[in-house]
Design a protein around this ligand. Structure first.
Ligand code: RP5
Length: 167
């Protein structure tokens, strides 16, 4: 059974199918670390009722974190955070018009009391949000912690093993 078929611990959601190019990097990291997850398109503007339902059902369904990516007027992470106590990790998708600065500011400037952990614009943010979600789960799921430690060790070895950037 693949990690995306087991009862999900992490929900990856995005405002549009067009966000998948970015958000696939979150899914790939969770898959590699053996973190059960699901992937859904949930739009704050086009499917607001679905957004509410997703947020309300997140905790009872066992989700421990939601990685939410959106671009432009990126209200998805903030509105999810408004409707669930499950931690929301926001990923600003790089928009065409403003290169994702709009997305970043939309997500990061939450009012006190409704937190969204905000990551970098684009692919790096998606990858790091997934790694952060895995780190949040590590204390309760030792196998995820071990996978994260192994990933970090490989990453370090890779850098140390290739010290000459011309090679
Ligand atoms: C946002 O609008 C989505 O998150 C996406 O980044 C952006 C553009 O959506 P599409 O017009 O590509 O569907 O809601």
């Amino acid at each position: 059974m693949s990690n995306s078929e087991r009862a999900p611990l992490v929900g990856i959601v995005m405002g549009s199918r067009s966000d998948w190019e970015t958000m696939q990097h979150a899914a790939a990291r969770l898959e590699a670390l053996g973190v059960p997850h699901e992937v859904r398109v949930v739009s704050a503007h086009r499917t607001p009722d679905l957004l509410y339902r997703y947020a309300e059902e997140a905790a009872p369904r066992g989700l421990r974190a939601i990685v939410a990516g959106a671009g432009g007027a990126a209200h998805l992470p903030g509105m999810l955070a408004a409707k669930t106590a499950v931690p929301v990790l926001g990923v600003p998708v790089q928009s065409k018009a403003l290169n994702g600065l709009d997305s970043l500011l939309s997500i990061v400037q939450m009012p006190a009391g409704v937190p969204v952990a905000t990551f970098a614009i684009g692919q790096a943010g998606a990858a790091n949000a997934a790694l952060f979600a895995a780190a949040m789960l590590a204390s309760g799921y030792p196998e995820i912690g071990a996978a994260l430690d192994a990933f970090r060790a490989r990453q370090t070895e890779d850098v140390l093993g290739h010290p000459d950037p011309r090679a």
